[in-house]
Each structure stands twice: as structure tokens, then as C-alpha cells.
Design a protein around this ligand. Structure first.
Ligand SMILES: Nc1nc2c(ncn2[C@@H]2O[C@H](COP(=O)(O)OP(=O)(O)O)[C@@H](O)[C@H]2O)c(=O)[nH]1
Ligand SMILES: [Mg+2]
Length: 336
């Protein structure tokens, strides 16, 4: 028999895995995340069983999205902010779901290197973008990973993500606070920023405001404040701040944490935090049901066959897309 420390998550039952995670076993947490990210059905089933247990034991954890374009300085900012968080006596998990890391290959190492000090700290757990993304696996399953890290008891969970496209909505649905990192730029450049990402930000930090950038940064700060002022408030009664930061010399890092902590006090005092989390779970359920239904529908051979016929009928204008869609869905539901 293999010594117990060599036991892989695949040789353990879900209950043992969940208990090990909740007892603070980091290796087991890492393995469970791998299980969650696996595309294999048997792994998924097991992962779900682990999640069922873990969901009942969620720590309140502050879940914070750190978002911004590639190169904005997110990883470096997290390294600096992480040190501040640990100094406050809190434990920290960092989840990186930066899709640009995938595209450029080697930069996963880059991210880890940028969190060099943090990655050696026992208080910090760092999970870079999974390699399964390269291998055509399921890709990062951030919701599940957050649930596992919350069960593991981390006080703070930082999620590094590029704020582009669909991920905007996703990150909004799984975090309590979104910190947007922007490079110091002029008002003209500001026009190019997607409105969507500004709308979901709770805190804006202008990064790399050291050296030659120091002076232009103050202008950028005013521009960003003006831009935020034109947007409707994200939470009534809470003004969104724009801070000047530098991961290089530590400027604004303490203030950033202070702002995050204040944001959480605000959410807690008004009962928003708990309400949001309930909503997030419902939204997750809805989304998963939708995905599953779509998957089953599209995988159905009868549907595939009928779809061709209906499509041809629609294209030849002998059937409207409206009646066609109703017919096609009926092929699926009528048999159940
Ligand atoms: N001068 C300066 N450079 C920085 C700062 N933060 C990050 N950088 C540099 O900007 C580049 C991108 O940083 P990184 O943290 O990987 O950005 P990410 O892609 O958003 O995670 C790296 O070369 C960093 O060394 C900063 O505060 N000041
Ligand atoms: Mg990065």
C-alpha cells in the first residue's frame, strides 16, 4: 500500500478530500482544484460530491477580483497587496484566470515569478492558470475553485482576471469587490476603455505611478474620477475612489487595502454581502441548468437530424424560424 502522503485525490473518497481541505491541507486543495478542472465525467462527479460538502462549510472570505488589461500590473500589484494582507494577519488565496497567460504560453511562469515572495509564504496559496487550458481541458472553473478555497478557510481570495468580453459578467457574478487596474493614460485614451468594465469596478487603481509616470498620473486620476462620476453609482451611497499605486515602491498599496476593507464593511453593514451571495448561487444554478440543457439538446441525434430538415425548410421559406424553433424543441421535450 502506498504511504498515505502519496495518496492522490483519485484514490480518496469525496468526504475525505473535503475534510482534508477544510482541515487546511493545501496539497489536497490543489488536487481538488485539478479534479474540478478535469474534463473527465467521473472526475466531475467526484468534484461535485466534494463541492456539495464544501458548500455547507463556506468561510465568509472576502472575494476580490483584480482586473485590468494584460500588462496593467495585476500580478505585481497582487504581490504587493498580498504582503500587506498577510501583515494584517490574514490568509490569502490567489487564483489567476488571465487568459492572456494562456495565449503567450510562458507567462504563467512570469506570473508566478511576479509573486515570488508571496508564493513562498505559508499564509498564501497561489493557483496559476491551469495547464489544462493548453491541453483543451475544461479551462479554469473559477466558481468551483472559489468554493473550495472558501471551504479551506482563506480570509481573502484574490482573483486575477483580464476584464474583457464575457468574463466581465462572470467576474461580477463571483466576486464581492472588483478592483480595476488601469495604466496612467490621458483623457483621450480613457475614451477607448470599455464602459462595461468601468461600470463594474468598485475601486480603480492607477498602476505604475512611479518614476516618469508620477506627474501624468495625477491628471489620469482626475480623468478617471470624472469618468466614474458620469456613471450611475454601483451601490447607492458609496462613492468609487481612484487611487494612485505602484507595486514597485509600494505607493497606494496600504490605501488600496483600506479601501477594500471599507467596501466590505459597507457591504456587510447593509446586508448586501449575504444577499449578493445568495443571488450568485441562484444565478450559478440557472446558468448551469441552461448549459446542461443546451448540451443535452445539441448532443441529441434526433435533434441533429431534425435540425437539418427544419433548417432547410426555414431557408427555403416554407417554415418560419419561429415555428421551426418550436418544432425542434418539441422533438426534444416531446420524448421526455
Ligand atoms: N514601473 C513599474 N513597473 C511595473 C509595476 N507593476 C508592474 N510593472 C511591470 O509591468 C509589467 C507587467 O506586470 P504584470 O504584473 O505582469 O502585469 P499583468 O499582466 O497585469 O499581471 C512587468 O514588466 C512589471 O515588472 C509598477 O508598479 N511600476
Ligand atoms: Mg498577470
Amino acid at each position: 500500500m502506498a504511504p498515505s502522503h502519496e495518496k492522490t485525490s483519485s484514490s480518496l473518497d469525496p468526504k475525505s478530500i473535503a475534510e482534508a481541505i477544510m482541515a487546511g491541507n493545501r496539497q489536497m486543495l490543489a488536487r481538488a482544484i485539478t479534479l474540478v478542472e478535469s474534463a473527465k465525467e467521473e472526475h466531475q462527479e467526484k468534484a461535485h460530491a466534494v463541492l456539495d460538502i464544501c458548500l455547507a462549510k463556506q468561510r465568509e472570505s472576502m472575494v476580490i477580483g483584480i482586473t485590468g488589461s494584460p500588462g496593467a500590473g495585476k500580478s505585481s500589484f497582487i504581490e504587493a497587496l498580498g504582503a500587506e494582507i498577510i501583515q494584517k494577519g490574514l490568509t490569502l488565496a490567489v487564483l489567476c484566470i488571465d487568459p492572456s497567460s494562456r495565449r503567450s504560453g510562458g507567462s504563467i511562469l512570469g506570473d508566478k515569478a511576479r509573486m515570488e515572495k508571496l508564493s513562498t509564504r505559508p499564509e498564501a496559496f497561489i493557483r496559476p492558470t491551469p495547464s489544462s487550458c493548453h491541453l483543451g481541458g475544461s479551462g479554469p472553473r473559477t466558481h468551483e475553485t472559489i468554493m473550495l478555497t472558501r471551504a479551506a478557510g482563506y480570509d481573502v481570495i484574490l482573483v486575477e482576471t483580464v476584464g474583457v468580453g464575457q468574463s466581465e459578467v462572470q467576474i461580477e457574478n463571483m466576486t464581492d469587490c472588483i478592483l480595476l487596474l488601469m495604466l496612467p493614460g490621458s483623457g483621450d485614451e480613457l475614451q477607448g476603455i470599455k464602459r462595461g468594465i468601468m461600470e463594474i469596478a468598485d475601486i480603480v487603481c492607477i498602476s505604475k505611478t512611479d518614476g516618469e509616470q508620477e506627474r501624468s498620473a495625477t491628471l489620469a486620476q482626475a480623468d478617471f474620477e470624472a469618468a466614474l462620476g458620469m456613471l450611475p453609482p454601483k451601490h447607492e451611497g458609496r462613492r468609487r475612489k481612484v487611487l494612485l499605486t505602484s507595486a514597485l515602491n509600494g505607493k497606494g498599496i496600504r490605501e488600496s487595502w483600506k479601501e477594500i476593507a471599507e467596501h466590505f464593511s459597507f457591504l456587510r453593514e447593509l446586508g448586501i454581502l449575504e444577499r449578493r451571495r445568495q443571488e450568485q448561487l441562484s444565478m450559478l444554478l440557472d446558468g448551469l441548468v441552461e448549459d446542461e440543457l443546451k448540451k443535452q439538446f445539441l448532443a441529441d441525434p434526433q435533434v441533429a437530424k431534425r435540425k437539418k430538415e427544419i433548417e432547410a425548410a426555414v431557408q427555403s421559406r416554407s417554415l418560419s424560424p419561429f415555428s421551426g424553433a418550436a418544432k425542434l424543441v418539441k422533438t426534444f421535450t416531446g420524448r421526455r
